[in-house]
Design a protein around this ligand. Structure first.
Ligand code: PMP
Length: 276
């Protein structure tokens, strides 16, 4: 197949999949999701994604429809049915299907929706531009919830300002991007926001911290200001689908791009990792 969609056991092409309007994801965004890259038909960092999925589900009290291991098997089976070696894999779990009512539905199983589609390969950039926006999201940004309205508004504002990503700023401190984590390198030190309730614990962020340990690069998990971001030697925007986007401009002013060696070392580690 060229691409694939799955909903509670039913399999179709993505464009042909139909979801009941009473799926609570539709009314309330009442669900959680994950996205992973597939290289050579292998789901990269699958265990990390399954662990985060289980944490997100637990935080919003959604019971998984199957065990983590079974969900991993379903995902693996689906990506093996798509011809392309490199794929973008998405899945979400919602709190079941029931007539609209804010209260949890009684005894309704949760819904698993998955799709996987071909993608080009590893996307990296040295030309990212950031637009700062106020972070007025809720205080549970560590949950990978389907509720992404303010993230959608932020990336749209960034695009309308000629930028590829928005940088959320809360009380003067940088939190993260609209769909990425944002880290800096200053004087050889890697600095990234703590994995608290104000950011998503990104899988790429986690991998970068591991790369720092392996490469002997000092790392600090602490919040930094927008001014620190603007004065950083390097600014790195990371996510599963865009693992290493190097920033050259923040709010219309040149920024970063002063420590190419550190960026090259991170990128080499990533390429090594996905080849394993
Ligand atoms: N923060 C937000 C708000 C995101 O949406 C994402 C990507 N889903 C990330 C950070 C990066 O997470 P990951 O590295 O797991 O893709």
């Amino acid at each position: 197949m060229n691409d694939i969609a799955y909903y509670n056991g039913k399999i179709t092409a993505i464009n042909d999949m139909m979801i009941p309007a009473n799926d609570r994801g539709f009314y309330f965004g009442d669900g959680i999701y994950e996205a992973a890259m597939v290289y050579n038909h292998k789901i990269f960092a699958l265990e990390d994604h399954l662990d985060r999925m289980a944490n997100s589900a637990a935080m919003v009290r959604i019971e998984l429809p199957y065990s983590k291991e079974r969900i991993g098997e379903i995902l693996t089976d689906l990506v093996n049915q798509v011809e392309n070696d490199c794929q973008f894999l998405y899945w979400q779990i919602t709190r079941g299907t029931a007539p609209r009512n804010h209260l949890f539905p009684a005894q309704v199983p949760s819904n698993l929706y998955v799709y996987s589609k071909p993608c080009k390969g590893v996307e990296m950039s040295d030309e990212y531009k950031l637009k700062s926006v106020e972070d007025i999201r809720f205080h549970c940004c560590n949950i990978k919830t389907l509720n992404l309205l303010l993230n959608v508004l932020a990336i749209q504002t960034a695009k309308e300002n000629g930028c590829q990503e928005a940088v959320f700023v809360r009380d003067g401190m940088v939190t993260e991007g609209s769909h990425s984590n944002i880290s800096i390198v200053k004087d050889g030190v890697f600095i990234t926001h703590p994995a608290d309730n104000l950011v998503l614990p990104g899988i790429e962020r986690k991998h970068l911290l591991a790369y720092c340990r392996e490469l002997g690069i000092p790392a600090e998990e602490r919040a930094f200001t927008l001014d620190e971001l603007k004065a950083a030697d390097e600014i790195l925007v990371t996510s599963t689908s865009h693992p290493s986007m190097r920033v050259m401009e923040v709010d219309g002013q040149p920024a970063g791009m002063k420590d190419p060696e550190t960026i090259a070392r991170f990128r080499a580690k990533y390429m090594e990792d996905i080849a394993k």
